[in-house]
Design a protein around this ligand. Structure first.
Ligand code: ZN
Length: 501
């Protein structure tokens, strides 16, 4: 290996070690740490992130990148070395563009806003949170100015989570999708008496819930020799290396779906991280390509597989054996319909497959208006209500059930929300190609056999890590750009059948 590239790799591995050590501390904070540890843990995390940021943005990193770029110039674009230099140069350009003073101010604002938001949400008091939201909007405008953009300041914000994606592309995709989803959601809401999900709302022993969830995700391909499942309040997945990828879940004693589908969701994130090729592991390429691609995997395993009929043809008898008192008299069809009940609701994280993306569009449109200055923060709750009425046909009775429900804006994150809906869209685009190339997948799933699909995804998506920009990856795998066609026809077909449309 050439000298600058070798030195660059060593430097990046050190920086990665620091950020992965921080990830362990953060995982511990959300799973096992006693509440008394909060202040000390915040200090530890701040120190580690300051050191790794300083090392990464130092002029030495820039010099090594320049020299390494010369060394890899003749190497293939999709090779490990050329990709490493290309992607790291991008990260470096971004990281060095924000002034340290702005980063520090935003960290302070975020910490303050988080506390204010928790209380405002509890007491349904948007007015006390409004100044924090104003600050977050102002901070994000500044971030956009420092990052730079050609067409829209929101491009710069979106780019943090979805490298290369443009606001105009999201607007077009969402506009088309909305035209299909709104009438579909309305038609299904008009037939809500056709599906009853009371079978899911019974007492389910938590130990048994956990045992069953473990069996399921191990069967899907989540490797417990390189991972673990723990309890938390807000479930997440995190990776310390491809050989140590952790997932978390929460159990509701009177509702089966939360832990069951939540664990499948996180196992999708986990399998992606476990599937990154070994040589990328200690480099900045050793993780998922973007928020959208990550979410496409969690959604694919949770919904396309986990809420599909073939999956339950295999697993339902096992579930009945696990919970005989609750499920003995319930046939497969009743259960399948129950887990696929569509119902417009206020809370995004509890939304079903059809209405979920509509929740996202509302947040995306409000973010755009706020960043553009077309919407004053004080008018945002009313705008939220109007859009809920228009897209979902319901208006939140309180701000707690409306604009105060999500933590993203309190965390200063603008540009993240769209990636959830884009992930839904991509999950079906990928699944459609997987089926075309391996038509036996549904039949395999109905036998509890997942290596065909898991192997296909590993080959096409997982092993590449962050080598390619998300849309580059989509085109390499599917041969086309991101589009909602497969997602819409999947929803129409699946729910048309369940609801007799
Ligand atoms: Zn997710």
């Amino acid at each position: 290996m050439e000298d600058a590239l070798r030195q660059l790799r060593e430097r990046l591995a050190q920086i990665r070690n620091l950020s992965k050590a921080a990830a362990v501390l953060s995982w511990d904070q959300k799973t096992y740490m006693p509440v008394g540890g909060t202040r000390a843990r915040a200090e530890q995390l701040t120190t580690l992130s300051r050191i790794s940021h300083t090392w990464f943005t130092a002029p030495e990193t820039g010099e090594l990148l320049r020299a390494a770029a010369e060394e890899v110039r003749a190497l293939p674009y999709d090779g490990d070395d050329a990709s490493l230099v290309r992607v790291t140069q991008r990260d470096y350009d971004r990281a060095t563009r924000l002034p340290v003073s702005l980063v520090a101010a935003m960290t302070r604002h975020r910490a303050l806003a988080q506390e204010v938001w928790v209380k405002a949400r509890q007491s349904n008091d948007f007015a006390t949170f409004a100044p924090c939201l104003e600050q977050a909007v102002e901070d994000n405008r500044q971030v956009a100015d420092h990052f730079g953009y050609e067409e829209h300041p929101y491009d710069a914000l979106l780019d943090q989570f979805e490298p290369g994606m443009k606001t105009g592309e999201v607007t077009t995709i969402f506009r088309d999708l909305r035209q299909d989803l709104v009438p579909l959601a309305q038609a299904l809401a008009g037939r809500s008496d056709r599906v009853n999900d009371s079978v899911l709302h019974q007492p389910f022993d938590e130990v048994q819930q956990e045992r069953f969830a473990r069996t399921v995700v191990a069967a899907l391909g989540y490797d417990f020799n390189r991972g673990r499942l723990d309890r938390t309040v807000h479930p997440f997945a995190t990776s310390f290396s491809r050989n140590d990828v952790r997932i978390t879940t929460r159990y509701q004693p009177n509702f089966l779906s939360a832990a069951l589908f939540g664990t499948m969701h996180e196992s999708g994130h986990g399998m992606y991280e476990q599937g990154v090729a070994a040589p990328l592991d200690d480099t900045p390429l050793g993780r998922g390509a973007s928020s959208m691609v990550h979410e496409s995997q969690s959604r694919l395993w949770e919904n396309v597989v986990g809420r599909g009929r073939p999956f339950w043809q295999h697993f339902y008898p096992h579930l009945q054996e696990t919970f005989p008192a609750q499920l003995d008299g319930v046939d497969l069809d009743t259960f399948y319909r129950a887990i696929n009940r569509i119902q417009p609701s206020h809370i995004r994280v509890e939304a079903d497959e059809v209405t979920y993306s509509l929740h996202i569009m509302i947040r995306f449109e409000l973010e755009l208006d706020l960043i553009e200055g077309n919407l004053a923060v004080q008018d945002a709750p009313a705008a939220w209500g109007l859009k809920m009425q228009e897209y979902l046909g319901i208006v939140p009775p309180t701000d707690t059930l409306g604009i105060l429900q999500d933590t993203h804006w309190a965390s200063g994150m603008f540009g993240y929300f769209p990636t959830y809906a884009l992930g839904n869209i991509l999950s079906l685009q990928l699944f459609e190609i997987a089926l075309a190339e391996r038509p036996s997948i549904p039949e395999e799933i109905s036998r509890g056999e997942f290596t065909g699909l898991h192997g296909w995804l590993t080959e096409k998506v997982y092993r590449h890590g962050r080598k390619f920009r998300p849309q580059e990856l989509v085109e390499r795998v599917t041969g086309s750009t991101l589009h909602a066609g497969p997602y819409v026809s999947y929803l129409r077909h699946k729910f048309g059948e369940i609801y007799g449309l």
